[in-house]
Every structure is written in structure tokens, then in C-alpha cells.
Design a protein around this ligand. Structure first.
Ligand SMILES: [Fe+2]
Length: 504
């Protein structure tokens, strides 16, 4: 324990005024002198606990032999004094609101609620005039008719037609896609069990239709909303801190980049305009997430993994509003919707004004634009259920979910869901941006007015990924210019490489 008097004297020499709690914190730090030296270079002479946490210049990854030291290069960032404009849309965030007991009635309520929400979106489509399935009885044979149903069962008949058993809140019927209708057969692959879909067909019997067209609730056609000002939002994900494949060196370079180190001109100006950052889950490697994981960990204590995660986050400039959601590796329940990571695991970040812990999925409005933040496990499930999606294009999977307006497109796959009182998985609004992770693969797309960004990873290819032939894209950081939706990628595994990419 360092003498308190010694610290106080040194601080006085530097012209700093230290609060009692900051003094106590400093007395625990072996490098307190370095920290005070750094603080002395700042404009503000008041050192409270919050200011102290932000100015910790040394990163220690417990259990890792190397130490990463970042010396902040201060620069006059464009957004430094710009007032952020954001609102966490608490109405769509499950944190602190989970009271579900997982009873049969809870599941029934969830599926009924999903049916009601998505069918009301479908009813707004001008080309669909649905009737209740029970009213099929009153329709003449061979009449054209529209119904909305949740898919109960899907199968291929002896004659290679595809059949769907669908139901609404009162009745069931069967819809048949004829094998000769090649376009419809292709579309039928998109329709999974538990999807709520509009069906246009011809009545053959009181509970039997031949399909003419499918309809998804979809998002409306529209142009992306743009800001007048050049402000950037960044996205990153899947740090997996504590695992032996965590890429500590590239993360150090990323932090230097965010702090403007070795940057000039346009590049420096651009990074100084990043006011929002979404950190989209799998922040730490976790403990016991899969069998045998313990042997692959460098940090074998969950709290220490989060301590190391905090050290990384604390080096992000304080003018960036950082929103952090969990993933399957984080210290929250595995089933979705996942609540925010609690204060117990990230006490220092929880007390910072610019760090915000949110659920997955959750919604945040920034500059009047609606951001849907979702780690993405149901995209994973979707990719393994169909032939037209793959892990190298996670953004395409997200487009499927937008068309279905549902983040729980398939119940009973690998991904578990909790039947909460409110439905957090239906996409109730049209997002301007969707920020996803999970697939360890950067990917960008624009679907109608929505831009989709996958933040990639900071984990090298794992043995498991090698086995299944998945090639992740670690160390690539995307930022979007809100003025024109232009995406810039900065590469931290390949020194100096930057690319402008489009989100087609
Ligand atoms: Fe991950």
C-alpha cells in the first residue's frame, strides 16, 4: 500500500486536486505516478473516481504475460464538445422486466402475441385482403382467397409438392405449393415453421388451398434517412476476452486509432467524428460455454475477464457514447431476449456516463435514427435451416429477419427463447440501422431504408471454425457516416489498410 501522503504530495506538485475515493483507488495502483503524470497533462485539475478510471493508461490482461500500454494522444475531436443526442428505447429492453416462469400458458401467450403483432402488419399490405381461416367454409370452391397463418408444420408430399399446415387464433388449414410452380417452390424454402405469413390461394376445400403467392410483413420501401452533419457510428463485436485466441495486439492498435494516434488529415478528422459505438456481444470468452472450453482460456475467472474487458473499454475516448449488449458468451442467461450485463461484472463502466448496458435485442435512438442492436444467434439458427444463406454473409440472414419482422423466426432450433410477458423478438418498428455480431464475419447491406452492419470479431480463427471451414474476419472495424451512409473499414491485422465499402 502506497503512502497516501506521498500520493497527495505528488498530486500537489502537478496541481491536481484529488477526491477521497480517487485517492483510495490510486493507493491500490502500482503505477499511480504514471497515472498522475497523465492526469497532469489534462485541462481539468479535479480528479474524482470517474476521471481517474478514464485516465488509467495501463492495460493489464490478467493471466496474459504481455502488458499493453496505451498512451493517449489527445486531439481536438470534432464531437468532443458536441452534445450527444440519443435515447435508449427502454420499452423494447427486457432488462429488469423478466418475470416469466416458463409455464405452458406463457408459451401460448408468446405465440399468440407474435401472431397478433405480425398479422396486423400483414393486414396493412394493400395487396392482401385476408379472411379468418374458419370463414373459408363460406367461400365458394375455386374462389381466390387470402389468409394469414402461423406455420405449424411443413412437409414434402409424395408427389414433391410442399405442404404447410397453418393456423390463426381459431382454426387450421393446409396450403399446398404445386411442384410445377418453380418460383413458388423456391419461395417456399424461405417459409419456416412458426413463421407468420400471408397466403394468397385458390380454395379447394373448406380447409385446403392451392398457393398462388406468399406475403411477408416486410419493411416499407423507402430511402435511408440522412443527417445534415458528418457524424459517425462505429460497430464492433465478439472480443471474446479471456480466450487464448483473443487478438490483444490488434485491439491495442484499434484503441490507439480511436485516440487518434499516428493519424492526420482526413483520417484523424473522421475518427474524431465518431460519437456512437455499438459493442454487440460476446464481450468475454465466458466460462463453461461449451465442453472443454476451460482448457482454451487464458483468463479462467469470469470476473477477471470482465476486468480486462473494462480496461479495453476505458481507453475509448470519453466523448464516444458506447452501447454494450450481451452475447451467448456473456454473464447473462443464454436464452433470448438477453438482459444487459449487470453492474456486478462491469462496476467501473456502469458508473461512467458514456457507457450504456443494453439487452439483446434492444433499440437505441441516436440523432433521431432508430438502431436495432442484436447479437444475432437466431440468424445463426436461420443459416443452418436453409440452403440460400451462409456464415460469410450474416447480413443476408438479417434481411430475412427484417422481411419476416421477427428475430425468433424458428422456435425449437439450437437457440433458446424465454416466453416473456411482452414480445421482445418481433421487429415492431422499422430500424434505420441494424447492428449485429455473432458470426465473426464483417458484412454490410442495405435493405430498403435499413443499413445492416456486422461488427466482425477480435478473435482469431478457432479450431472449431477451422473444422467447419468458417473463415472469420478479425480486426476489421467499420464506421458509418450518418450523412451519406458510407461505410469505412479500418484493418488492424493489416497495417494501414482502409477501405470505403458500400452496403448494397
Ligand atoms: Fe462470438
Amino acid at each position: 500500500m502506497v503512502q497516501i501522503q506521498e500520493i497527495t504530495n505528488f498530486a500537489n506538485e502537478k496541481g491536481l486536486i484529488i477526491s477521497k475515493d480517487a485517492l483510495e483507488e490510486l493507493s491500490q495502483q502500482t503505477d499511480w505516478k504514471v497515472i498522475l503524470e497523465e492526469l497532469g497533462k489534462e485541462d481539468n485539475p479535479i480528479v474524482n473516481k470517474e476521471a481517474l478510471s478514464k485516465r488509467m493508461v495501463k492495460t493489464k490482461f490478467s493471466g496474459v504475460n504481455t502488458e499493453v500500454e496505451i498512451r493517449k494522444t489527445r486531439f481536438n475531436a470534432y464531437v468532443k464538445d458536441r452534445t450527444p443526442n440519443f435515447r435508449i428505447m427502454g420499452e423494447y429492453d427486457v432488462t429488469g422486466k423478466s418475470h416469466c416462469e416458463g409455464k405452458k400458458e406463457d408459451f401460448l401467450r408468446l405465440f399468440r402475441s407474435k401472431y397478433k403483432l405480425i398479422s396486423s402488419m400483414l393486414k396493412e399490405r394493400h395487396n392482401l385482403t385476408p379472411i379468418a381461416i374458419k370463414d373459408l367454409k363460406g367461400v365458394a370452391k375455386n374462389e381466390n382467397i387470402d389468409v394469414i397463418g402461423m406455420v405449424n408444420r411443413k412437409w414434402t408430399t409424395k408427389n414433391n409438392h410442399i405442404a404447410f399446415e397453418i393456423e390463426d387464433l381459431e382454426a387450421k388449414c393446409v396450403v399446398l405449393v404445386m411442384e410445377k410452380e418453380k418460383e413458388l417452390m423456391k419461395k417456399a424454402e424461405h417459409v419456416l415453421e412458426d413463421n407468420v405469413v400471408g397466403f394468397k390461394g385458390v380454395k379447394i376445400g373448406d380447409d385446403f388451398l392451392i398457393l398462388k403467392e406468399f406475403y411477408w410483413p416486410d419493411t416499407p420501401i423507402g430511402s435511408p434517412k440522412l443527417l445534415d452533419e458528418e457524424i459517425y457510428t462505429g460497430c464492433t463485436s465478439d472480443f471474446h476476452i479471456g480466450g487464448n485466441t483473443f487478438l490483444e495486439g490488434p485491439v491495442k492498435k484499434w484503441l490507439e486509432y480511436l485516440n487518434g494516434k499516428n493519424l492526420a488529415g482526413k483520417k484523424l478528422d473522421r475518427v474524431g467524428r465518431m460519437q456512437y459505438l455499438f459493442v454487440v456481444g460476446d464481450n468475454v470468452a465466458g466460462i463453461g460455454v461449451y465442453p472443454g472450453q476451460f482448457d482454451e482460456l487464458k483468463i479462467k475467472d469470469l470476473f477477471k475477464q470482465y476486468e480486462a474487458f473494462e480496461e479495453v473499454m476505458l481507453q475509448i475516448p470519453e466523448y464516444v457514447q458506447v452501447f454494450i449488449c450481451p452475447g451467448q458468451h456473456d454473464a447473462v442467461r443464454r436464452a433470448e431476449p438477453q438482459p444487459a450485463i449487470s453492474k456486478e461484472f462491469c462496476p467501473r463502466l456502469h458508473q461512467m456516463k458514456n457507457f450504456h448496458f443494453i439487452a439483446s435485442p434492444s433499440w437505441v435512438e441516436t440523432e433521431g435514427l432508430k438502431n436495432l442492436i442484436y447479437h444475432g444467434p437466431s440468424i445463426h439458427d436461420l443459416i443452418s435451416s436453409v440452403s440460400f444463406l451462409d456464415m460469410d454473409h450474416p447480413q443476408e440472414g438479417m434481411i430475412e429477419l427484417l422481411k419476416k419482422r421477427d428475430l425468433m423466426p424458428k422456435y425449437g432450433g439450437r437457440n433458446p427463447y424465454v416466453p416473456e410477458e411482452r414480445d421482445y423478438m418481433v421487429i415492431k418498428e422499422v430500424p434505420d440501422f441494424v447492428w449485429i455480431g455473432d458470426m465473426h464475419h464483417n458484412g454490410y447491406s442495405t435493405y430498403r431504408s435499413t443499413t445492416i452492419i456486422n461488427g466482425g470479431t477480435w478473435e482469431a480463427q478457432t479450431d472449431f471454425q477451422k473444422k467447419i471451414g468458417h473463415h472469420p474476419t478479425p480486426g476489421v472495424f467499420p464506421m458509418v457516416n450518418l450523412k451519406n451512409r458510407q461505410i469505412s473499414e479500418v484493418y488492424f491485422m493489416r497495417e494501414g489498410l482502409e477501405k470505403e465499402v458500400s452496403a448494397k
